[in-house]
Design a protein around this ligand. Structure first.
Ligand SMILES: Nc1nc2c(ncn2[C@@H]2O[C@H](COP(=O)(O)OP(=O)(O)OP(=O)(O)O)[C@@H](O)[C@H]2O)c(=O)[nH]1
Ligand SMILES: [Mg+2]
Length: 286
């Protein structure tokens, strides 16, 4: 097997900075879910970029949150764990927003890092020339919309990695199993179609997945914490759950490349964030 520069690169930034979007753009495929709601990513998602020179295993992780709330701290822990096994840190600064207290936490982690740190500024498509002067001089500007800077970041990151055998087959783009991908696709639609506390208070469980010759059958539950959230998720005459289901089904059909029958139900589980076995599952720590 041809050797390349190979290893792990962990993205570090505040919520909504564009980390998952960057991984998808770099890989050229959708492996990590995206929404405008902060803390969309809850678990470690690996996106694998392979070309003739590099195999870069991007570790997409939750954005670091400054809240002391136990749930936020549990999510932060996923990110901190990923940083213990990485060869490069890709520090992601949201170019569209003013600095916020999370940046202080990130500055500290970066200053303590024992591995090279490359800084990128996202959302360059909405930055003027003047805005660009506000960021560190060595930062690379990136747009997940226009593709600006993506090739440069891959080269900058790739050149920091050691030469060795590839860790994944050339055709792999993620290490997620099929259940996780289905779960994440449904969760993405919940995040895209609900607001305020509702997306944060939900999690998804895939109860049944049958991959048949021409059809994939999926039964999944969306859990929330109150009856009123359940009403919102179901919507008027079932309109919201239908919309979530229909969007999810389109992505699932792309994933499986066949027809998907998706049955979705909403259930209430009041204190799931206080239940360790559920949070372990939700955060990807079985
Ligand atoms: N204009 C513009 N918007 C972007 C860009 N990258 C991401 N976004 C938007 O920013 C929002 C957050 O993107 P995500 O990729 O989910 O951000 P994230 O850093 O993974 O967020 P968390 O998972 O919550 O930590 C979404 O609405 C994206 O469409 C970009 O380069 N340009
Ligand atoms: Mg994300």
């Amino acid at each position: 097997m041809q050797e390349r520069r190979v290893w792990y690169v962990t993205l570090l930034g505040r919520p909504s900075a564009g980390k998952s979007s960057f991984v998808n753009t770099a890989i050229g495929d959708k492996v990590s879910i995206v929404s405008s709601i902060p803390q969309t990513t809850r678990r470690l998602i690996r996106g694998i970029f392979t070309d003739d020179s590099y195999q870069i295993i991007f570790q997409d992780v939750p954005g670091l949150h400054s809240s002391a709330h136990t749930w936020n701290q549990s999510i932060n822990w996923v990110t901190k764990q990923a940083l213990t096994d990485t060869d490069v840190i890709l520090r992601v600064i949201d170019g569209s927003r003013e600095k916020w207290e999370e940046e202080g936490i990130i500055d500290k982690l970066v200053s303590e890092a024992k591995v090279p740190v490359i800084t990128i500024v996202t959302k360059s498509d909405i930055l003027g020339t003047k805005d660009r002067k506000k960021f560190p001089a060595d930062a690379l500007f990136v747009s997940n919309v226009t593709g600006e800077g993506i090739t440069e970041v891959i080269k900058a990151v790739g050149e920091k990695l050691p030469i060795g055998p590839m860790l994944y087959p050339e055709s792999d783009i993620t290490d997620q199993d099929v259940h996780t991908r289905v779960n994440e696709i449904i969760r993405e639609k919940v995040f895209q179609k609900t607001y305020e506390e509702v997306p944060h208070d939900t999690y998804v469980e895939v109860e049944m997945l049958e991959d048949k010759w021409k059809l994939v059958k999926i039964l999944a539950y969306i859990y929330c914490t109150t009856e009123s959230q359940k009403k919102i998720l179901i919507g008027n005459h079932g309109s919201k759950i239908k919309e979530i289901g229909s969007l999810a089904r389109q992505d699932l059909q792309d994933l499986f490349e066949k027809k998907v029958y998706l049955e979705l139900h909403v259930k209430v589980n009041r204190d799931w964030q206080g239940n360790q076995s559920i949070t372990r599952k939700v955060l990807g720590k079985m």
